[in-house]
Design a protein around this ligand. Sequence first.
Ligand SMILES: NC(=O)c1ccc[n+]([C@@H]2O[C@H](COP(=O)([O-])OP(=O)(O)OC[C@H]3O[C@@H](n4cnc5c(N)ncnc54)[C@H](OP(=O)(O)O)[C@@H]3O)[C@@H](O)[C@H]2O)c1
Length: 334
Amino acid sequence: MTILNRQCLLAQRPIGAPTRDTFRFVETPLDEPAPGQILVRVRYLSIDPAMRGWMNDARSYIPPVGLGEVMRALGVGQVVASQHPDHAVGDWVNGALGVQDYFLGEPRGFYKVDPGQAPLPLYLSALGMTGMTAYFGLLAVGAPQAGETVVVSGAAGAVGSVAGQIARIKGCRVVGIAGGADKCRLLTEDFGFDAAIDYKGEDLHAALRRECPKGVDLYFDNVGGDILDAVLTRLNFKARVVLCGAISQYNNKEAVKGPSNYLSLLVNRARMEGMVVTDYVSRYPEAMRDMAGWLQSGQLKSREDIVEGLETFPETLMKLFTGGNLGKLVLKVS
Ligand SMILES: NC(=O)c1ccc[n+]([C@@H]2O[C@H](COP(=O)([O-])OP(=O)(O)OC[C@H]3O[C@@H](n4cnc5c(N)ncnc54)[C@H](OP(=O)(O)O)[C@@H]3O)[C@@H](O)[C@H]2O)c1
């Protein structure tokens, strides 16, 4: 019997926000794996803001997705056929599976996960790429010291919620910035942030003065734009700004808006440093050990926002840009 593989292809390069027309769904008959290849049934896909950047025909840390190619996505799935010595039928793997029912190809960069140790979606959140981003962005680049004030934007999202909690574990005062009262309540009541600022509902400058009376020592920036500009005005001497992302700018039709308050870096001898999580792949085991320990002790909470159905991918992706997700956005495929 021929098995059909539903695939979501990149049909056009979006200008501004992607829409359903950005993608095209096709059904392709599945082949058997060739030597060196594996066939994986996709179970969960990681829905990431970076996907927007991968659609642009521009130089970045990774090549863009080609027109007509399967949309790139990280995910977890189960090996259902294998011609690869390191992967047996039944193994669960984490890798770039793509927005499709089945991945067929060489498992480059894939690694095994164990659903007996943790629920599969956790391997895409705290124990996956976003958790690693929070861990290394905060600890390796931000280098927080106990007693410092740490501000995190996009704080109720996948990376932000974990970065803020790690800063708490390290003894910092943590202030999260998120959109809406519900997200802000979650930050203080569930994730243990010391304070939360609703950037959609209150004056950001006044709120930063209120919640950061001693200034800001470390800013973990997920959103860029006006929020970055506002936090720059509160920096302390030798403050660190971790440039993790700038989601407020990803759908811009005009040039990215840079910070106009950047001279605050000069005055305060502060620094702003970009980070890309893949630079830390060789250190993932160390981070996984810490994260698993904190999850087990209850010091760290991971929240996944799971949407079902491969066909919902275009609308599910857009939730990231409208703030429709709470915690790590995951698409359940099968
Ligand atoms: N450097 C790296 O290696 C790396 C790796 C992974 C992710 N990242 C970056 O980390 C950031 C967070 O990613 P994530 O996966 O954790 O996503 P996420 O925070 O779970 O979801 C995105 C959130 O961004 C907020 N947002 C959207 N538009 C905004 C705007 N115009 N202004 C302010 N906030 C806005 C929304 O929350 P609100 O409801 O609060 O607005 C939304 O829920 C992204 O910038 C991403 O590109 C970087």
